[in-house]
Design a protein around this ligand. Structure first.
Ligand code: TXA
Ligand code: MG
Length: 317
């Protein structure tokens, strides 16, 4: 349903309150939402996503006041919330008793964010609850940035899909833990490292791949296409298709298409923000193009390029 339609929001909110599942747009990717305080509803998220129950969910709230009902925020969080909320920053803090263990996978901490998408905020406000939501894709696959990506996988498994168009940011939120002695990045995302260090000074980097991750985004292989993807150096020969081989190419800016079966250009002008917004839909199109393998040229690792390369590395692992 059209996320601009107040009646659609009303219906979606009723479904959430009744313990159902609603897929909804955020500025990063589409989420698969349920009432964060209803353990049975949250359990359905894990079931539908086929997600290991060890992986905690993010609680989405509409403002700082509601955030404070679900998490105990240190003083140091103030400046972050003021500067980056609503927006693609998730904060991990000690949880309150309102959040059931299934949402946090038994952890004493909870991940909370205020999404910067009017439909998401309208839905949260209309439902009057916090909405637990992972990305609305089957566990391990490329995240959805359009409503039809969700429909393709979950059409009959969710109660309603709110269509809010294409996600403007296109990669997931940055996850920052405020639990340890110093702020630590658990996942690169829509708020850049540069933006965080400008506010916090140094931040720790705890994003290293891990077999027992704090965040599934830390799994070595995640965000993965079915078709094998390889990241190349600029002049690597393996890029070139062998005779009869179908190879798909992912590139930041336009190149000579050469003998590739499919080419996805992330940004005609090489703009990393635009590239992030296009990343997941480009990966899905390449994955659906019937290629034998996919190759990607690296993008510069500054700004949103850090999150893009993080996703590409995990996809290619
Ligand atoms: O942009 C986003 O964050 C999107 C939209 C829908 O908001 N959501 C999203 O959710 O990416 P998901 O479930 O795909 O990723 C959430 C990440 C997971 O890697 C999870 O492990 C981590 O957040 N996480 C949740 N609670 C945590 C906690 N208490 N401590 C550490 N990591 C946590
Ligand atoms: Mg995800």
């Amino acid at each position: 349903m059209n996320a601009d339609d107040p009646l659609a929001i009303k219906e979606a909110a009723e479904i959430i309150r009744a313990g159902g599942l609603v897929a909804f747009p955020t500025e990063t990717v589409y989420g698969l939402g349920a009432d964060a305080c209803n353990p049975l509803a949250a359990a359905r998220i894990f079931e539908v996503k086929q997600r290991p129950s060890l992986d905690p969910l993010i609680a989405h709230v509409a403002d700082r006041e509601s955030a404070a009902r679900f998490g105990n925020f240190p003083k140091s969080a103030d400046v972050l919330m003021r500067k980056f909320w609503p927006g693609p920053l998730t904060l991990v803090v000690p949880k309150t008793d309102l959040i059931p263990p299934i949402v946090t996978a038994g952890l004493e901490t909870v991940a909370i964010r205020v999404p910067a998408h009017p439909a998401a905020l309208n839905l949260i406000r209309a439902a009057g609850v916090a909405i637990a939501a992972p990305s609305a894709n089957q566990f391990g696959y490329v995240s959805p940035t359009e409503a039809r990506h969700v429909a393709d996988q979950f059409c009959d498994k969710v109660d309603l899909i709110l269509d809010g168009g294409r996600c403007a940011v296109g990669v997931e939120s940055t996850i920052l833990s405020l639990v340890g002695p110093r702020p630590a990045i658990l996942r690169f995302g829509g708020v850049t490292v540069e933006e965080l260090t400008a506010v916090l000074g140094a931040v720790e980097n705890l994003t290293a791949p891990s077999k027992r991750p704090n965040a599934p985004g830390q799994l070595t292989r995640h965000y993965a296409t079915r078709t094998r993807l390889q990241i190349l150096d600029e002049h690597q020969k393996e890029a070139m298709p062998l005779k009869g081989e179908r190879v798909g190419l992912l590139t930041l800016f336009p190149r000579n298409p050469g003998p590739f079966a499919a080419v996805e250009v992330l940004s005609p002008t090489g703009n990393l923000r635009e590239a992030a917004a296009n990343l997941f839909s480009a990966l899905r199109r390449l994955d659906d193009a019937g290629c034998d393998r996919l190759v990607a040229y690296p993008v510069p690792e500054s700004g949103l390029g850090v999150a893009i390369m993080d996703r590409l590395r995990r996809c290619s692992a």
